[in-house]
Write a new protein. Structure first.
Length: 388
């Protein structure tokens, strides 16, 4: 532990990223026995006082309990090799202490952490893949918080038009499409490095480059839950915003969100608290924030995706975007439900209300009051972001 603490302090002092390749059972039990020993061997001091001056990276190479797990959950990036376990204590201790019989995979395998806890950013096929993932992550972040990320020149034309964008995104609001394809059109060399791909799948987070500069991208994914965010998506966004803010990485938000996934289950998962934590991370961040409403941005989610009231430096929308308090079907049924029931021609009355709703939801109305900065042709999305 003293060796680890000294290395951590040296890395912070010299501005070096700190990489932990983990496999171990944590503190040897005899070393921690007794009130005197446990008083000396509590949580790693350097992790509790780490202020993100340098990136912390962990690769889980083998079963890791106790200390290695503390390092992993304190890290900015974690890659876990498939077939390993990461947990507070191992299956043997659980069985003795609680009677629970469980395999290492069930307790803390890669699949659980990738899909349920979100405590890993990448699942590696083997140790070589883990090292490759760590190297790629390091290519996007600076060595320490006192410098900017490296600029990597691209052969892409910064003024290129995205002719495929219009065809990629359906005009019908309820039709799904893959947001990752739009991201690939926008960024340098069509390359996007996604983090936490299997966790909170209705939200995409990851790194790319725009004009050679590292950017963090937060985008809704209509392929899952129509892009509506739940508790996992809130946690995912908050973590990523804080990380980008720590290492001077500008944020780009791509909206296509019908709101939050509200339900009794969502309430039990404490989604109100997580929505606010996401907002707090956003308003306290100091990096440049660019926001594009692609197709729709509805309700409180408009703010969470860096709407104009959340400190965005540049907020724009495609001409066909839909921005409102709620979607048309829900809004009309709630507000005008009885009026429609009493109408002589309910179908015609509903269509009239839908037409009015579409006008009210148009981004031009917000732009006319300078609540958003511009309405852009979808083909100029990359150019607009680059120029910003």
């Amino acid at each position: 532990m003293r060796k680890s603490k000294k290395l951590h302090e040296y890395a912070v002092k010299r501005g070096f990223p700190l990489i932990t390749l983990a496999e171990g059972g944590g503190l040897r039990m005899p070393d921690g026995m007794g009130s005197d020993n446990i008083s000396r061997f509590m949580m790693p001091y350097q992790l509790l006082h780490h202020d993100r001056k340098v990136p912390l990276i962990t690769g889980i190479f083998g079963d890791s309990y106790g200390g290695p797990t503390w390092f992993a959950v304190s890290s900015d990036f974690v890659s876990q090799v498939k077939g390993t376990c990461m947990a507070v204590a191992g299956p043997r201790m659980l069985e003795v202490a609680t009677g629970e019989q469980i395999t290492p995979e069930q307790l803390g395998g890669w699949e659980m952490h990738a899909t349920e806890t979100g405590q890993i950013d990448h699942a590696a096929e083997d140790e070589d893949d883990c090292i490759r993932a760590i190297k790629e992550y390091l290519s996007y972040v600076p060595s320490h918080s006192g410098e900017q990320p490296a600029v990597v020149p691209s052969n892409d034309d910064a003024d290129r038009l995205l002719h495929e964008a219009t065809e990629l995104v359906p005009t019908r609001m309820k039709r799904a499409y893959d947001m990752k394809k739009l991201i690939a059109l926008i960024v340098d060399d069509h390359h996007f490095y996604e983090l936490k791909e299997e966790f909170g799948k209705a939200l995409i987070t990851g790194f790319a480059r725009l004009n050679g500069r590292t950017v963090g991208i937060i985008a809704n994914q209509p392929m899952f839950f129509a892009g509506a965010a739940g508790a996992q998506e809130c946690e995912k966004a908050t973590d990523f915003i804080v990380q980008c803010d720590s290492f001077h990485i500008p944020l780009i938000f791509l909206h296509d969100i019908p709101g939050f996934r509200v339900s009794s289950g969502a309430e039990r998962s404490r989604i109100p608290s997580k929505i606010i934590l996401w907002n707090q991370a956003l308003v306290h961040s100091t990096v440049p924030k660019l926001s594009v409403v692609i197709r729709k941005s509805i309700g409180a989610a408009y703010s969470n995706m860096c709407g104009p009231d959340m400190g965005g430096d540049f907020v724009v929308a495609w001409p066909t975007a839909d921005i409102n308090f709620t979607g048309p079907e829900v809004g009309i049924n709630v507000v005008y439900g009885r009026e429609l029931e009493d109408a002589e021609d309910p179908k015609a009355a509903r269509q009239e209300l839908l037409d009015t709703w579409a006008f009210e939801s148009s981004p031009y109305k917000a732009a006319s009051k300078h609540l958003i900065d511009d309405i852009i042709d979808s083909r100029y999305t990359g150019v607009s972001l680059s120029d910003s």
